[in-house]
Design a protein around this ligand. Structure first.
Ligand SMILES: Nc1ncnc2c1ncn2[C@@H]1O[C@H](COP(=O)(O)OP(=O)(O)OP(=O)(O)O)[C@@H](O)[C@H]1O
Length: 928
């Protein structure tokens, strides 16, 4: 027994050493470049194939072949990847999502290339570089870890590496050549990948799909090491390797045996699931590269062409028709990615799992083997399978609530691999399963017609989803999650909905694919396919129905018409290239045609609102009546991305008013009280002239004794304040005083440690941000939080649809009030900052809030715009809205606020009428 245990330990150490090598490579590459290299396993596979080619096919001596493979080719692959793929992306800004898609592209390209060159079958004759006895491999892994540790700690190179890891920008400013370090990191990472591949190949199946996946399963080791700590990576790798090996000694009886066998054979997958789903996420960043979700201009007639192309196979026969049967099924699967990834902005590398489950459940139901359910006819089985798989979408939907970018990619990949290994690869679940087509429709042509109907239905469903309220909310969430929540979108449940709908569609497509193949084939739903599908949808326009159809046709057509692997190689190249065009290929196309369209000329908001108020007319009416351009208008603004609008001369600055006059005014706010044109009555934003909402106590927002700490630092100490209807309260204070922290507590993005936030007699303290918006407390952001891919009108519409009340007229009212009608159909991306601030305000107001929280609303605005903003805010307050402004611009505060609260080091040190507080506070207060 002891000797068995010893032998198993040795075997475990052998596996663990290979895993440790992978962990070392992934950690080093990540530390040097910030990239989690999804292609690591594919590089391992290519090197293993190359060594086999040199020795087995061409008869080279093993040492020479190994030296060439490991010391020349493997590092060269890394250098080429760094130079050709990842450095250009870093130059363009190093968007983590972009590099993720590119590394998946490299993975898919290498897998496809290997399948093309060496075929798709497994090879069992890979040469053995080191004997099965683990000591050699263990020595190599430990020596490499020690060497890397020594280099990092004791050499100048290592010091530079640490500097780059700490802060790449500062390191570059200090003269460090970050590119050289990145190149070294890539070369070393590829070398370890190659080493892993050639060491593993003789003991596992060497095939283009299997080996890369096997290597990537051990990514858990690097995640457990937080992508930094080499000793942890090595120890975890060895421990999991040995534990996996020892598990084979246990033989429980009954149902536990197959389960234990599955766990024993896949302990690294279990570790991956734990690392990706339980440990805090590594790396965040954007949901998806902007290029992936750029609005795709659909060429006229494209749909007609698509319909004709999809009808063409009806005229085919034989193998061509049999192959074509796969296209609609794959199209439905890819539509699931349009919902989850393209529209919802959630990276999902695990859709293959849902497709496979759809096929598996359909097969089990058709064969009467699904526990507790009767045998069903094919189409009924498919429908029930879709219903059963849909809730399983929560497997990836739940992690998505708190994960973004790389962390979400890993979590969804882990679920995909887990389902593949623990369900699809288990004989007890899948052995002997056939999957017939619906009775009477077994011929390819008849079945293809059924598929077309299902595809058509799915297209209509997704189109309706995208066009409607949910589709806009999904796009808003994709573009700016916090902004969406502030507009009232219930982000958590929306993410779950997206994954559930995605799982249902994938299951439908998977079931259709299974019926098309007339069997449940686990290989058709391999996790590598999940990566390929994801890359295909992203490169062909993630948020495009036609893109999904095109991707399906391309994937099936290329692989059928040519040698297997071409489709993967083509998609891989496209995925690598997709990040190379700033703004994406579609954006480039739009930019090229932009000059052809007439630019609407904008009239500064200030001029219109001032005219409106001076004449006593509602701004809306004035806006409609004002000639364009007005006498005071600036020339048509330049439309550079995010640039402030050119400064326009302020035609009628409000007369300065003595501060003590303001402070002495206890009355509800109104223009006259604060130095606006005394004769100008403020009008409600809706332009109705009669919609006054003078507040009652039920609309008072109050903070009661708020305390907030970050670790050991106390940011808020016993802060209380009241924001009353019809009044403007301002919070001022020096940098770091706690203004933003207070704002976050009121808006619901941070929960205070102690104290309460109430709205009337309702306690909001535990309410999330979107629920506060729906309760009537809306906010804007210091950093713009608009939705760039949506039009201006849709940005505002999201607020109108999700806010406190749903009012069909609110959209037009808000657009009119903020003078946005001329740009209503323009995408927000590329509009000037001043316009976007108005868009954000319009969005907040479209939900008809009682309270408006404004975080530095004047940031990025020119003088005229600030004046105009103040005028609008006064009008809102006069209409009964309660306003709270956190603002650095004390002139704006002086001209706007009724009450000022001064925060100093987390405490309210002064509070009262604006005039008095500002007069007492200003000189040498440090507030500015
Ligand atoms: N997430 C956080 N973790 C740790 N400390 C934080 C965090 N957020 C803020 N702080 C600290 O809390 C204090 C208050 O920060 P806060 O951003 O609320 O101040 P502020 O008045 O808004 O400053 P500014 O005017 O510069 O925006 C600061 O010392 C800040 O460094």
């Amino acid at each position: 027994m002891a000797s068995l245990s010893y032998d198993l330990t040795l075997a475990g150490l052998s596996v663990g050493s290979a895993a440790a090598l992978t962990g070392i490579g992934l950690v080093v590459t990540h530390r040097a470049t910030g990239v989690l290299n999804f292609a690591h396993g594919a590089i391992a596979m290519v090197c293993a194939y190359l060594l086999r080619q040199l020795t087995v096919e061409w008869g080279w001596p093993l040492p020479l072949a190994a030296a060439l493979t490991l010391l020349v080719v493997a590092p060269a692959i890394g250098l080429v990847l760094e130079r050709a793929v990842f450095r250009p992306l870093a130059v363009l800004g190093g968007d983590p999502a972009q590099t993720l898609v590119a590394s998946i592209g490299v993975f898919v390209l290498l897998v496809g290339g290997a399948a093309l060159i060496w075929g798709q079958g497994a090879r069992a004759d890979a040469p053995t570089l080191l004997s099965a006895d683990p000591w050699g491999q263990l020595a190599v892994a430990v020596a490499l870890a020690l060497a890397v540790g020594a280099v990092t700690r004791f050499t100048r190179f290592g010091g530079q590496l640490r500097a780059v890891v700490d802060d790449r920008r500062l390191a570059v400013l200090a003269g460090i050549d970050a590119d050289r370090l990145a190149a070294a990191g890539w070369a070393f990472g590829s070398f370890t990948a190659g080493l892993t591949g050639v060491l593993l190949a003789p003991y596992v199946r060497l095939d283009p799909y299997g080996l890369p996946l096997l290597v990537m399963e051990v990514v858990a080791v690097a995640v457990a090491a937080r992508m930094r700590n080499l000793p942890v990576a090595v120890v975890v790798a060895l421990a999991v390797g040995v534990a996996q090996s020892q598990l084979t000694r246990l033989h429980p009886s009954g149902w536990g045996e197959p389960l234990l066998q599955a766990v024993g054979a896949n302990l690294f997958v279990v570790a991956l699931l734990v690392a990706a789903l339980v440990l805090p996420g590594v790396g965040t960043g954007d949901a998806l590269p902007r290029t992936a979700t750029a609005r795709v201009p659909t060429p006229a007639g494209a749909w007609i062409v698509a319909v004709v192309l999809f009808l063409l196979p009806l005229g085919l026969a034989g193998p061509d028709l049999t192959t074509s049967v796969q296209v609609p099924a794959l199209g439905v699967i890819l539509l699931s990615l349009v919902v989850v990834t393209g529209r919802g902005g959630q990276i999902s590398l695990g859709q293959a799992a849902y497709a496979g489950l759809g096929a598996l459940f359909t097969a089990l139901l058709v064969n009467g083997r699904f526990p507790g359910l009767p045998e069903l006819p094919a189409l009924a089985a498919l429908a029930v399978a879709v219903l059963l798989v849909a809730p399983l979408g929560l497997l990836t939907g739940w992690p998505a609530i708190s994960r973004h970018g790389l962390a979400l990619a890993l979590a969804t990949f882990a679920v995909g691999v887990g389902v593949s290994r623990f369900v699809f690869a288990q004989p007890y679940a899948t052995s002997g399963l056939t999957l017939g087509r619906p009775a009477g429709l077994t011929g390819d042509r008849a079945y293809y017609l059924i598929e077309l109907a299902l595809l058509g239905g799915s297209l209509l469903l997704v189109a309706a989803l995208r066009r409607g309220r949910t589709g806009r909310a999904l796009a808003a969430m994709r573009d700016h999650e916090a902004g969406a929540a502030a507009a009232g979108v219930a982000v958590r449940s929306l993410k779950l909905t997206a994954f559930v709908v995605g799982a249902a569609l994938a299951a439908l497509g998977g079931g259709m694919l299974g019926m098309g193949l007339r069997a449940f084939d686990p290989a058709a739903y391999d996790p590598v396919r999940g990566l390929l599908w994801f890359a295909a949808v992203v490169v062909l326009g993630a948020d495009s129905l036609l893109g999904a159809l095109l991707a399906a046709a391309l994937l099936v057509g290329l692989d059928a018409g040519t040698r297997g692997g071409v489709a993967a190689a083509v998609i891989g190249v496209l995925a690598i290239l997709v990040g190379r065009f700033p703004g994406g290929p579609y954006e480039a196309l739009r930019a090229a045609t932009r000059g052809l369209r007439r630019r609407p000329r904008l009239t500064p908001l200030g001029a219109r609102v001032r005219t409106a108020l001076a004449s006593g007319a509602a701004p809306a009416a004035a806006s409609a009546a004002a000639p364009t351009p007005t006498a005071s208008s600036a020339p048509a603004p330049a439309h550079g991305a995010g640039r402030p609008e050119p400064r326009a001369p302020s035609s009628a600055p409000p007369a300065p008013v003595p501060l003590d006059e303001q402070g002495a005014d206890p009355a509800p706010s109104g223009t006259a009280a604060r130095g606006g044109t005394p004769s100008a009555p403020a009008r409600p934003p809706g332009g109705s002239g009669a919609r006054r909402r003078r507040g009652g106590g039920e609309h008072v927002l109050a903070a009661h004794h708020l305390w907030l700490t970050y670790g050991h630092y106390t940011a808020l100490r016993d802060v209380s304040l009241v924001v009353a209807p019809g009044r403007v309260a301002a919070v001022v204070g020096p940098n770091g005083a706690g203004k933003s922290s207070l704002f976050h507590c009121l808006a619901g993005t941070v929960r205070p440690d102690r104290g309460r936030v109430t709205f009337g007699d309702r306690d909001l303290t535990r309410l999330p941000a979107h629920a506060r918006t729906r309760a009537g407390v809306a906010r804007t952001f210091q950093q713009l939080a608009v939705f760039p891919t949506l039009t201006v009108a849709d940005n505002v519409r999201v607020g109108a649809e999700q806010g406190r009340v749903r009012d069909a007229a609110a959209l037009d009212r808000a657009l009119r009030l903020f003078d946005l009608r001329a740009v209503r159909d323009r995408p927000a991306a590329g509009l000037p900052t001043g316009t976007l601030r108005r868009v954000e305000l319009a969005r907040a107001l479209a939900g008809d809030p009682h309270v408006l929280l404004l975080d530095e609303p004047a940031a990025g605005l020119d003088t005229a715009e600030v004046t105009a903003l103040a005028t609008v805010l006064r009008a809102l307050a006069a209409d009964g809205t309660a306003l709270l402004v956190v603002e650095h611009d004390l002139d704006l505060v002086a001209g706007l606020a009724d009450t000022v609260h001064v925060l100093t080091a987390g405490r309210v040190t002064a509070s009262g009428p604006a005039g008095r507080v500002l007069r007492d506070t200003r000189p040498g207060s440090g507030v500015r």
